[in-house]
Design a binder for this molecule. Structure first.
Ligand SMILES: C[S@@+](CC[C@H](N)C(=O)[O-])C[C@H]1O[C@@H](n2cnc3c(N)ncnc32)[C@H](O)[C@@H]1O
Length: 231
């Protein structure tokens, strides 16, 4: 992607990571990358063949943060397409810079709310995988309702996955891991890849994200959950 080579400005990346607001030059860089990687939600459902220009499997990553995992997956798996959804603008900028640096053509980014995306814009049975790594844990009991993993989330992901497709979640909050296990285990049509009630071993190829590194420094454990759509 030669036209984006000029945008390989590491200072921009660190600025975007630190700040929510960008200078005019940084905004221009952001704008120049957006046509390559950004996408808008359509009025109705996404046409993934049109969005990616091919019929390869689509994997959705929800809340990709600064995009470490998505960028690495896109680079490592050119046979798949990756759609990332994130509300945080600086994270979107950071991921676009990574994708441009590694000249990935198989990733698109939607800046917005994952729940709205799942409810309104993902065709049923269209996804091969859904990734949710270290979602905000909302540890206080009165905030638990803000957690993204709820019965409606599980049902929407089930509808979005093709039969055999998978949901891979990871968290470093034990209570949230137990909540995820409870929600997914009681959603019809999912099978736990590790057997009922079991957490999965950490897949070797799961990228160590910034949030996981932070958890490791704090001595947190990590729980992986992988469920497949069986019906
Ligand atoms: C704790 S961070 C984890 C980021 C990344 N997955 C990682 O492991 O480094 C959670 C991320 O989810 C994003 N997020 C939270 N709710 C979201 C939603 N409804 N739709 C899209 N992104 C969301 C936040 O902006 C934040 O970047």
């Amino acid at each position: 992607m030669s036209e984006t080579n000029a945008l390989k400005h590491r200072p921009i990346r660190s600025y975007i990571l630190r700040q929510g607001r960008m200078t005019q030059a940084q905004q221009r860089a952001f704008d120049e990358l957006w046509p390559h990687y950004g996408c808008q939600a359509p009025d109705g459902l996404f046409d993934f063949d049109k969005l990616f220009g091919n019929q390869r499997p689509v994997i959705l990553e929800i809340g990709f943060g600064n995009g470490d995992a998505l960028a690495q997956n896109a680079d490592r798996e050119p046979e798949n397409n990756f759609l990332g959804v994130e509300v945080h603008g600086p994270g979107v900028g950071s991921l676009m810079l990574k994708l441009a640096e590694q000249e990935s053509h198989n990733a698109r980014i939607l800046r917005g709310d994952a729940m709205q995306l799942l409810r309104q814009h993902i065709p049923a049975g269209s996804l091969t995988g859904v990734l949710l790594f270290f979602p905000d844990p909302w540890p206080k009991r009165r905030h638990h309702k803000r957690r993204i993993v709820q019965p409606e989330f599980a049902e929407l992901v089930h509808r979005a996955l093709r039969p055999g497709g998978y949901l891979h979640m990871a968290t470093d909050w034990q209570k949230y891991a137990e909540h995820m296990m409870s929600v997914l285990s009681s959603t019809a049509g999912f099978a736990n890849a590790a057997g009922p009630g079991n957490f999965s071993p950490r897949p070797e190829n799961r990228t160590l994200t910034r949030f996981e590194q932070r958890g490791q420094r704090l001595g947190h454990g990590v729980w992986d959950l992988i469920f497949t759509r069986c019906v």
